[in-house]
Design a protein around this ligand. Sequence first.
Ligand code: ADP
Ligand code: MG
Length: 371
Amino acid sequence: KLIKEETLRRILFNQVQELKGNIRVMCRVRPVFDTAEGDSAKLKYPDTDKESKELEILGKEEKSSLGNVTRKTHSFTFDRVFGPESQNQEVFEEISQLVQSALDGYNVCIFCYGQTGSGKTHTMSSADGMIPRATHQIYETATNLKEKGWTYTMEGSFVEVYNEEIHDLLGNSKDFDKKKHEIRHDDQKKQTTVTGLKTVTLDSADTVEIILKQAANNRSVAATKSNERSSRSHSVFILKLVGRNSTTNETSEGTLNLVDLAGSERLKSSGAEGERMKETQNINKSLSCLGDVIGALGQGKEGAHIPYRNSKLTYLLQYSLGGNSKTLMFVMASPLEAHLQETLTSLKFATKVHNTHIGTAKKQKQVRNEA
Ligand code: ADP
Ligand code: MG
C-alpha cells in the first residue's frame, strides 16, 4: 500500500508540473554591491516576501518631439521574479520539485542566462548554488527511496563547451585543453554519451564538493591562457539517474542538466580579431540556437524540424530538450543603469522563451481536456 501511495504521489506531482508547462522562465535581479558600481537603473521589482511575477524597468531618458524628457516603461512577466535580496536557498526552493522529477525519470535542463557579472555562476555553480543544492537533495531523496524498494545509480559529469568544442572539467588537467570529446547519440534509446568523459559516481553527499573542486582546478588551468574563458564558455553539469524498484520492478531513467551559459552580452565582431572573433561568433551562434530550439519546441508541431545540430550545446542536450523533458531558464538581470541596454536585451530574449512556454502549457491543457 505504501508503495502505491508513493507512486501515486509522484504521478500526481508530475501531472501538476506538466500543467504548469514544460518550459518555465524565472528572473533574478542581483544586488548592487557598492556605490562604486555606478547608478542603479530604475527597476521596480517585488518585495522579497511576495512571490511576484512582474518586473518593471524605466528605460533611458528620451526627448520627445515636444521637448519633454520621458522614460519608457518596460514591463516583463515571468513565472517568478526574484529581487536583489533573494538568497540561493529561496531560489532553490522554487526549483526543488523540478530537480526531484529527474528521479522520476524525467530529463530536466536548468539554464542560467545573462550578461557577464549578472550572477549566473553565483546562482548555478558556486559552493552555495543550485549544483550542490540539487545534488545533495537528489542524494538524500534517493537514500530515502531505498525504503520503498528503489536503488539508484547516480553518475555525474561536468563539461565545458568552448568554441564549439567539448572539454572535460573532471578530466586530467594536463590534457584539459587537448583531448577531443565527441557527442554520440543513440537515437533508438534516445540517449547521449560523450566520448572519453570522466564520470563520477555519486556515492556520498559530499561527492559534489570533489566534483566542483576538480572543475575549478581545470578552469584555472584554462584561465592562465585566457582570462575570460569561463565567461566565454558554457558549462554543463550532467547527473544521470537510473533507478530500479526491486519490489515492483519499475525502472526509471532521468537526467538533470545544470547549465551556466556563456555571457550573453552582445560582443561586437568588428573590433575583435582572430581567436576573439571566433569566440564571439561561437557564443552568439550557440545562444541564438538555444533560443531557436526552445522556440521550435514551443511551436509543438508534430515532426517539425528542431535545429539541434546547429550548435554543440543543443546537440549535447538534444534528448533533454523537447519530448516530455522539462526546461527552466533563469534570466539574470543586473541592477545597474550602465547595464540597462544589455539587461533589456536579456529580458526580451527570456520573454520569447517564456511566450513559447505559455503556448505549450495551453496546448497541454487542451490535450488534457480533450482526453
Ligand atoms: P556571471 O557568472 O553571470 O558572470 P557571477 O555569478 O560571477 O556572474 O557574479 C558576479 C559577482 O557578483 C560575483 O562576485 C558574485 O559572487 C556576485 N553575485 C552575483 N549575484 C549575487 C547575489 N544574488 N547575491 C550576492 N552576490 C552575488
Ligand atoms: Mg560566470
